[in-house]
Design a protein around this ligand. Structure first.
Ligand SMILES: Cc1cc2nc3c(=O)[nH]c(=O)nc-3n(C[C@H](O)[C@H](O)[C@H](O)COP(=O)(O)O)c2cc1C
Length: 325
């Protein structure tokens, strides 16, 4: 399939694997890129820019296809040395960066000078337009369904994508809730040039996470995610567990007075314990509603090939039939 996104990034299929903390390691990115999608290494999972340089070098040994690096500008507990991470990306020869969180404006000149294509993840039309204005090459439009941080507007993709299509000139991918061929076709119909998947890619054979995580995604339904940290204006969609229920109770009890300190033990340092040790109740970890559509753990190639073949059949047969009628 050829779209503005496959052309922009030089990939075979219009499917991107979004950056994911402690999931987006070289193994994940290479598996997606080798399957014809765009794999993405999560920059800040690497503790230092030197570690990111090593992860990029490792990924390059595992694939000769394009892959990207995610740089997340979220309010965190630490302020990472972003210019040095960007230098590691440039020196590593990576020419695609997925930015997320705050605007990447301050870093655009350095990235553009190095010939990097920037796709910024946005949860609203206004942020997407800003991304377009500051020179981003594409946008990942992240609907309310998404795993991770859906923003504070709560607009689902059935509205957000056609709204983005009304306003944007640069290409965009549909992100949030994506996991099947029919959703890919729907996203294309709504004006997107491809899709971005997070949660779905965790339930693949190559995802470098504990089996408990994959089993939890297969077992979860679309009813099993919760929103936490809304009171801190840092809303995150996570898989429910006892720790998440504790956060929700603290937020409910303290209302506007809640601070990050009140919940730090349930949100800080959780990812290695969940993703590497398989301690599923260690705290809050991002997960999308698409969990309800995840019923198996295929290889990335099986997943992507299957989706593309089915998308082809849906367009030719199911949709074509309506035309003939
Ligand atoms: C476990 C997990 C960790 C994530 N970590 C990050 C991250 O560090 N930076 C980022 O920009 N997005 C992160 N995301 C968001 C994904 O890149 C992607 O936008 C999102 O998962 C799309 O929604 P979906 O899960 O419904 O496919 C994460 C998502 C998940 C599920």
């Amino acid at each position: 399939m050829k779209t503005r996104i496959t052309e922009l990034f030089g990939i075979q299929h219009p499917i991107i694997q979004g950056g994911m903390h402690f999931v987006g390691l070289a193994e994940m990115a290479a598996a997606v890129s080798n399957a014809g999608g765009l794999g993405i290494i999560t920059g800040l999972t690497q503790p230092t820019p030197e570690d990111l340089a090593k992860e990029i070098a490792k990924c390059k040994k595992m694939t000769d296809k394009p892959f990207g690096v995610n740089l997340t500008f979220l309010p965190g507990f630490a302020n990472p040395p972003y210019p040095e991470y960007i230098q590691a990306i440039i020196d590593g020869g990576v020419r695609i960066v997925e930015t997320a969180g705050r605007s990447p404006e301050a870093y655009m000149p350095a990235m553009k000078a190095a010939g990097i294509k920037v796709i910024h993840k946005c949860t609203s039309v206004r942020h997407s337009l800003k991304a377009e204005r500051i020179g981003c090459d594409a946008v990942s439009v992240d609907g309310f369904e998404c795993g991770g941080h859906p923003g504070e507007d709560d607009i689902p993709n059935m509205i957000l994508l056609p709204r983005a299509a009304e306003e944007l000139k640069i290409p965009f991918v549909a992100s949030g809730g994506m996991g099947t061929a029919s959703q890919l076709v729907a996203a294309l119909a709504l004006g997107a040039d491809g899709i971005n998947m997070g949660t779905r890619f965790i339930a693949t054979k190559e995802a470098p996470v504990h089996d408990n995580v994959k089993k939890a995604l297969v077992a979860a339904s679309e009813l099993d995610t919760r929103l936490v940290m809304r009171s801190l204006r840092n809303t995150e969609r996570v898989l429910n567990n006892p720790a998440v229920e504790k956060i929700i109770k603290i937020e409910h009890d303290k209302g506007d007075a809640v601070t990050i300190e009140d919940i730090r033990e349930y949100v800080g340092g959780v990812y290695p314990r969940v993703m590497q040790d398989g301690d599923m109740d260690a705290g809050a970890w991002s997960c999308g509603m698409v969990a309800g559509l995840i019923h198996d753990v295929p290889t990335c190639k099986e997943l992507i090939d299957g989706m593309m073949a089915e998308a082809d059949a849906i367009i030719r047969n199911r949709l074509g039939k309506f035309l003939a009628a």
